[in-house]
Design a protein around this ligand. Sequence first.
Ligand code: NDP
Length: 460
Amino acid sequence: MITLEKDQSTHTESVQNYVNQVFETVKKRNPNESEFHQAVKEVFESLIPVLAKKPEYIQHAILERIVEPERIISFRVPWVDDQGNVKVNRGFRVQYNSAIGPYKGGLRFHPSVNASIIKFLGFEQIFKNSLTGQPIGGGKGGSDFDPKGKSDGEIMRFCQSFMTELSKYIGPDTDVPAGDIGVGSKEIGFLFGQYKKVRGGFEAGVLTGKGIGYGGSLARKEATGYGTVYFVEEMLQDRNLSFEGSTVVVSGSGNVSIYAMEKAMQLGAKVVACSDSNGYIYDGNGINLETVKRIKEVEKQRISAYVTDHPQAIYTENCNGIWTVPCDIALPCATQNEIDQASAELLVSNGVKAIGEGANMPSTLEAIEIFLENNVLFAPAKAANAGGVSVSALEMAQNSARLSWAFEEVDSKLHAIMKNIYQNSKKAAQEYGAPGNLVIGANIAGFVKVADAMIEQGVI
Ligand code: NDP
């Protein structure tokens, strides 16, 4: 992905060889974990200029250490369904890196969850959390449990069983989980209730994304989507572009997607398409967000139900078809690898000007290359979607202080954080010879702080 400058010496080549060797070891040690390999490859390639300039990172074996989770916990989650059948799922928590703070990262409940998915997410989280400027380490967890089609009673019993085990390993100063795909405020409520019961104390800071009535932060629900749009807005401004009057496509219709659409609309964009895992809707009049919120947040229906209220809209099966819709700005906010090479080529040939990754790793490495080669503005996930974890850290701060801040206060802090992440990523890209390449900039800016802390703390 990185094109090395011609004047970079054999030194850079030997750093490249070293990085390749460490990556080969990662692949050997973690066979059949393609998503994890993909995330590591992207970060490692970005780090070549910084490793070439700062040999201490190689001397202290930072790459070899940072790629190995401090701890992986995998556990049985037995629960009983409404018919009295015993079911068993697998739970995970990857406590990846605590160099700059307690492990922090969401829990994902989705049938696709396995060690590779949780490790890629946990690895990304190290750099994302560092970029926020807040004192939080990297972690991630989840289960292959599928909340879709389950009753509230089933979800509650699953969450209680999951937390009975997880509670042994987490705490406000050790590891603070939050939501992700399939884990929203309902699941966080059940998880928090069980943690409280098992531990016998009200430790508000153990989970974030809590309900507002028991320690949650205003603007947490909106944070990832709003943050992604704030980040993209900064990036657009640098090219004298803006959301105002632009056509936007947002994949997904979950937490990140809904609030990315909301903020883009508030900034004057017309959002014409969104999706779920079955298909996508196109509404040339502009998506009616109240209908989407009702369908997805309240009624928990499929996105296809949108056309009942808006007959001018078109529903198409196959969620990836959404990238055939021409747009100025694309915000992938559903899941990993949803934009492949073919979709990226389509977006470019349809004139896309900017991509903002709301989801984690939604673009394949080949897709990213196509965007960068074609001078499309590209906001990588670990910078662009860091707003969620940033407000989670603000939730932890409010819990510690036993305070709760107004929506506007949290939102303005979020806005400032996203601007800062943009500036730091842009600056790092410039400093290390890749101006405008925010993939490289975000990876380097996130890495340096963690690597320095690891060196200062010794070989542990
Ligand atoms: P939700 O569960 O609220 O929504 C996920 C959305 O993506 C749904 O519309 C879902 O459709 C769709 N989706 C899920 N899996 C697939 C798939 N395999 N193929 C196509 N569509 C899919 O999750 P979030 O909005 O919280 O998370 C979305 C992304 O953002 C994830 O990558 C997550 O890691 C990332 N993220 C989330 C943060 C947060 O604060 N929530 C923070 C940072 C990143 P359906 O309803 O059919 O399942």
